[in-house]
Ligand binder design. Structure first.
Ligand SMILES: *Cc1c(COP(=O)(O)O)cnc(C)c1O
Length: 457
């Protein structure tokens, strides 16, 4: 059989409220053409993010009822800790309310002014937490990975030569840790190979620099290794995941991704002294070290989600459905970042809408049209989000790429939803010359994409 089915039945449903184009025009105008400000009830297919949007299983909901809400040393805490140790293998597990809280604790203890943190690509909260502590966040992706059209099996790999060069130039003592993000979220959800993780780990060991993994999508990355890297086809994904983490000294994790829950995160390390300092900071802002800002039931759901996410039927369906969306629109001529990543498809709006100059935000224009035409919520990842100001002239400098991200929530949408998305994008593409650019009417001084208002040109 070539058809890959959703490996689950649906026990509880959440109705989608249908809307017409005329209604959506009115709703979007009222929201200042900013999709972050549209009510979710007015969205048909919500592809804004894969973070915290997973559907939990019946086992996880049963776990929610079993959650032990004791303040200290609850049974649910031990179940979560043991589930994490079983897969990740680290000695110390520190629960946090989400990924960025783990980052804040890690970097505020390890980084100081003048330090440098290399990563394949820092996710935006990771970069912000590094920079907030006065350190420099360096992205060391290989040059060929920056070409959106290049089809490579492991486009998330770190440039190991560049890493060696950075260590030689900056000096080992200025690099408190090396990090690698699996899969590379900001680089399109592209996987990192085991060979690359091993090589980065070897460099870290040579210079005695701690090596941490941003583990948000570790299961999706492990599945890509099984599919694409020689020698792993017959290994269980859990074993592949264990091997990945065996090369590292610790990790940060947003459980809102590959732990299949709606909130949560954790920080792991093998360094006992560091773990002590991390727990002290945890108590200050997150909570006691056996719950870290989460309810007992959340700990329980994470423990169960971490085992479910390594189910190979689930991963086969997950990666195939993302690829299905990417392949169907790309085959019909819609330019996307190739190859399809694990959790999202990125449309190259600059290539798709050459009649809209980057100053008129082609990515925002496309995401607006996808909502008006079909009720699909996507997110612009281009100059609205990442333009910088020229230090001298104050003029806006466009971002390197104008992308629209379609992120796929885990276990939420079926193939017919994805077929609807494909058909809608192809219809929009057929009339793309009608799409108009936008201008910004109102904006905040930073993180403007969340609250800006736009007008159609
Ligand atoms: C989501 C994410 C984070 C931050 O996690 P939150 O739970 O959103 O705070 C960090 N790194 C990567 C790669 C992510 O995708």
């Amino acid at each position: 059989m070539s058809v890959i089915i959703e490996p689950f039945k649906i026990k509880s449903v959440e109705p989608i409220r249908m809307t017409t184009r005329a209604e959506r025009e009115e709703l979007l105008r009222a929201a200042g053409y900013n999709l972050f400000l549209v009510n979710s009830d007015d969205v048909l297919i919500d592809l804004l993010t894969d973070s915290g949007t997973s559907a939990m299983s019946s086992e996880q909901w049963a776990g929610i009822m079993r959650g032990d809400e004791a303040y200290a040393c609850s049974k649910s805490w031990y179940r979560m800790r043991d589930a994490i140790r079983d897969i990740f293998g680290f000695e110390h597990v520190i629960p946090t309310h989400q990924g960025r809280a783990a980052e804040r604790i890690l970097f505020s203890i390890m980084c100081k002014k003048g330090d440098v943190v290399p990563n394949n690509t820092h996710f935006d909260t990771t970069r912000a937490n590094v920079e907030f502590n006065g350190a420099e966040a360096l992205d060391l992706l290989k040059a060929e990975a920056l070409n959106p059209a290049a089809i490579l099996p492991f486009k998330g790999d770190m440039d190991v030569q560049a890493l060696e060069k950075v260590i030689a130039e900056k000096g080992r003592e200025r690099i408190p840790l090396i990090m690698i993000t699996i899969t590379n979220n900001s680089g399109g959800g592209q996987p990192v190979s085991m060979a690359n993780i091993r090589a980065v780990s070897a460099v870290a060991k040579k210079y005695n620099i701690p090596f941490y993994i941003d583990a948000c999508r570790f299961a999706e990355n492990a599945w890509f290794i099984k599919l694409r890297e020689p020698g792993y086809a017959d290994k269980p994904v859990k074993e592949i995941a264990r091997e990945i983490f065996s090369y590292a000294d610790g990790c940060t994790m947003s459980a809102k991704k590959d732990a299949l829950v709606n909130i949560g995160g954790f920080l792991c390390t093998n360094d006992s002294k560091l773990a002590g300092a991390q727990r002290d900071l945890l108590i200050l802002t997150e909570g006691f070290p056996t719950y870290g800002g989460l309810a007992g039931r959340d700990l329980e759901a994470i423990a169960i989600g971490l085992t479910e996410v390594l189910n190979e039927d689930y991963l086969r369906y997950r990666i195939a459905s993302t690829e299905y969306l990417g392949r169907h629109i790309a085959d019909a001529g819609v330019p996307i970042v190739q190859p399809p990543g694990g959790h999202a498809i990125y449309i190259d709006a600059k290539a798709m809408l050459p009649h809209i100059p980057v100053e008129q935000y082609p990515g925002q224009a496309l995401s607006i049209e996808l909502y008006l035409a079909a009720g699909i919520r996507s997110v612009e990842i281009g100059s609205v989000m990442f333009a910088r100001k020229d230090a001298v002239t104050g003029k806006e400098l466009p971002a390197p790429m104008e992308l629209v991200r379609l992120a796929i929530p885990r276990r939420v949408y079926t193939q017919s939803h994805i077929d609807y998305v494909v058909e809608s994008i192809l219809e929009v593409n057929a009339h793309k010359e009608r799409i108009r650019g936008v201008r910004i009417v109102k904006q905040a001084p930073f993180l403007r994409h969340f609250s800006a208002s736009f007008a159609l040109i």
